[in-house]
Structures are given as C-alpha cells and as structure tokens.
Design a protein around this ligand. Sequence first.
Ligand code: SF4
Length: 421
Amino acid sequence: MPDVSDAPAPELDDDVLVAVRDLSTRFFTEEGQINAVEDVSFEVRDNEVVGIVGESGSGKSVTALSLIDLVDSPGEITGGEVWYRDAELAAEFAGSDAVVGDHVDLRRVPATVRRSLRGSSFSMIFQDPMSSLNPSVTVGEQIAEAVEVQRRANGNPRRTRSRTQGYGLGRLLIDAVLPSRSYTDEESHARAIELLEQVGIPDPAERADEYPHQFSGGMLQRAMIAQALAGEPDVLIADEPTTALDVTIQAQILDILRELQESGETSVVMITHDLGVIARMCDRVGVMYAGEIVERGRLADVFDDPIHPYTQGLLGSVPDLEDPAARLQPIEGNVPSLLDREMPEGCYFADRCPKAMADCRQPVPEYDGTASEEHAVQCVLADREYDPAVGLNDTDGVIDDTDSVTDDTDGATDDGVVSGE
Ligand code: SF4
C-alpha cells in the first residue's frame, strides 16, 4: 500500500487551513488487519470549529491522531494526504509535488518536519487529563515545560519558522554546555501563569504551584488546554474534552474553546460522540461510522437535512426538548468489526440500516448532498429514493443476508431507526 497518494493535486481555497484527503490508517495486529480509518476526507477552515462525531469505535480518535502523525505501532497511516497551509513551509519545499500554492502535503515531507509542527501548528487536548499530566510535577511546571519546548524549537537555528521568540542561539549553546540547568526559566513560568489565567483558572500564580491531584476535573481539563496553547497552535484538536465532566463544567470548557476560536487564534477540531456538543460548537461536521466519514458538510446542512440513515439515527436518538414525550429511536445493533477479513462488502451500515437495499452490498461512492455543494454523503439515498421492493430489511429490523427481495412490500420501517424520508 503506498504511503503517499498519487491522486492529482487538489484545488484548495485560500481559507482552507487543513484539507484531509482519503486518509487511511490501519493496525496490523496478530488477529489481522484492522481498518481503523478508511479514505477519510474533511477540511478545516480559518477560525472555525469542525466536529467529528460518531459512536465509540468509529475511528474518531485515530483520525485525530493520524492528522498529527501520532499513530503508534502496530498502527500505520497507509495512504492519503494532509494539506496544511503554511507559506514558509511551502517555500521550503517549493518545486516538489508536496506543494500546491501555500499548501503543503504533510504526508510528503520528512517525518522530522511533521514532528516540528506539533505544538506550534497542531496541538491536541487528550481525553483524560488525569492520566495525561504527570502527578509528581506541579501543573505550572508542566505547562512551563511545554512553553520551553516550543521556545527551544523556535530557537533552533535549523528551524526557520517561528512565531514565539525569546530563545536564541546563545541560550541554546548555554543549555548545551550546562545541561544541568533547570529546564524552564522565569519567563516560561510567567507564560504558564498567563496561560492558566487565559483558561479561567482562579489565582493562577498560586495554582501553578499545585499538583494535578489538587485540581478538580474541570480545572485539570483547563490546565490541559493551557498546555495545548503553549505553542500558539493554528489547529487545536480536542478529543472528547468534556466527557468526564458535569454539565456545568462542560459548558465552561466549551465556552473557553469557543472563545479561543472566536478570538481568531486557532481553529478547533472537536472529536466527540455528543451531538449536543456538535450542535453547540461546530460550524462544520463529519459523521463517522466504521472508520469512514459517511456524511459531512456545514452543521445546518447535515443536522437539518441528514441524508445518511446513520446520521438520521444519531439525531433520532437524541431527546427532543420540544416534545419530551416522544419515544427515542435507538440505532439497533452494534458497530461492525473493523477486522479487514470480517468487514462486509459495500456499505458498512447495511446490517443496521432500515433502508438497506440490494445495491448497498456493492461499494457505495460518495455523492454530493442536496443541501449544498459542501454537503457530501456516502449513501445510495443521495442518488435515489428508498425502494422497499429491493429492501434488505424485514419489518422487525432483521437483515436478510441473502440479498434477496423481502416480502416487506409495504415499506414499513416503523421498528427501525429512522422514521422516513
Ligand atoms: S441506504 Fe444503503 S448505502 Fe445508505 S446507509 Fe443504508 S445500507 Fe448504507
């Protein structure tokens, strides 16, 4: 499998900060090949929040890790492109097929370059702050270290791109000669306190001297955000940043992320299974299922006019505040195994889909949606109406695996997930 795509260079608008194209990540385990992320495409534009939503195991977090090349063995990014807009980087690789205008395909540049972008271009807030912070080091020191790492990277004369100044060649040489010097200095500590203040930690100077176990869950999550902001990233990836928090704290954390985005400092990629978070935060959304983005577009397009039955099922399983008596409609069944040898032909949702038809057992292309040109969906229903005469479902929601036409001639899907078109 090629590591680099040979697809023609994409046309990218100037406001596209990141364009992911056909990104695939696989895990090569003893049980076999796991297709965790398959041909995923989406864009992140300037100052917007992009959501990736789906059930557990749908590939959301691996997509985020793949974006910043943090997939560990036995995982491997096996194909696709990650176009990132950076004029200086584009100038560095000018003339190569890694560059289109100001955009650079990060999959085609050396891994050292991709690594150098972590922190300053891409930063990540991980799911569990308690296990992500070192319990034996004060919170302030850990954030100061992140600031210092960034300053040293920017002060490295071999690195031409820098924004945060203050760590020059002289300091680099002193540190090389005297490695026992304290890793962080007063300047980094002062910046750490500023960052803690920015994310709403009260008494940040005092709190900086405390250890993670002295912080509440919400405060730890704020500290993680402060650490992620140390390098002033263009893209902040938030992987389920509010999962373990109560709703009040959750709202505060989301407000912080929204303020960061609105201040023009960063774009945000929000990974979550929570449709409420997506509705509240995002400008654009991708719905993931079994390693694929099955529907994507502007929030209003996808939420107001969902085409894919999985998206419809997710939305149908959320309580309706205007009609609290209405019954929820859960999506029957489970996410399929992502083991390559067990993955079905055609649409991976077919076994759970109340509108599955015979054609769904064939590979399903991505169609432009109907709501706007940015609305795309991987489902035959983008192209035609559901035809119960060739439906694979029976009225009990059980799939007929023989691909034969069922006797469900009335097309009723009342027991299924979705109420209709
Ligand atoms: S209608 Fe077919 S292609 Fe669309 S989600 Fe259902 S099974 Fe998949």
